[in-house]
Design a protein around this ligand. Sequence first.
Ligand SMILES: O=c1ccn([C@@H]2O[C@H](COP(=O)(O)O)[C@@H](O)[C@H]2O)c(=O)[nH]1
Length: 290
Amino acid sequence: MSVTEPFGARLRRAMDTRGPLCVGIDPHASLLADWGLGDDVAGLERFSRTVVEALADRVAVLKPQSAFFERFGSRGVAVLERTVADARDAGALVLMDAKRGDIGSTMAAYAAAYLDPASPLFCDALTVSPYLGFGSLDPAIALARASGSGLFVLALTSNPEGAEVQHAVRADGRSVAATMLGHLAEQNGAERKNWRGNGAALGSFGAVVGATLGDSLAAAGGSLAIDGPLLAPGIGAQGATPADLPAVFGDAVGNVVPSVSRGVLRHGPDTAALRAAAAQIAEEVWTAAK
Ligand SMILES: O=c1ccn([C@@H]2O[C@H](COP(=O)(O)O)[C@@H](O)[C@H]2O)c(=O)[nH]1
């Protein structure tokens, strides 16, 4: 397996040159219809190609939502493979939003599917769920280190239902989410010792922390100083705005990768309109973080 520059270093460079925005590729049936496309594989392919053509040469990260491709079976997954390859060829980092999580031996197979450069679905990073225990992610962490890819671990998700699990307080007084953030800080600390020295690069092990959280982050406790990226979904259709980011993320706002899907995609299928929508949100993020 070829070892490349770690994901966190590549992500920091992309954020510095392109801005931090991540745009989701979420081909909802309703969006396919709004774009005048069929709810079928041809529609899926046209939709995905259009988003890649419009944005892969300018945003830091594109995030295909695997579920919307899987619903078309093997032909949908074939479209997903092409989407990932085309987006990477055009210069975007690709974060596969598949939220995988299982016992370690199965996790190793999920990791091989997305983080082994020999796999047809190889991506720059993968979203994973730690709710079978953070240690169940060990095979994915090991493969990410070996292949220079990254993980985004669900910590405090953008949906209101997440709190009943993530805010739960453990016997040691820490919330479940704070514990996950602590594990990520350890993983990024180990990476810094072994590879990054004192450079400004981010760690390769990020957390998912919803932009929708308002002050509920304080309720869950835990530190966002994980020395890694913080993927912030929830902007746009779920009600958060770029202006919310400083209040939610505080001092860690410089490590935030704001993620928007429908808020950009609803402007398609016109390529220029998609670009303008992404540029407008990027501008709002920049203004908010100043
Ligand atoms: O906590 C989370 C984790 C992931 N997501 C995913 O992000 C997009 C959000 O789409 P919008 O259209 O911008 O609402 C979607 O793929 C989710 O599965 C999230 O929303 N929250």
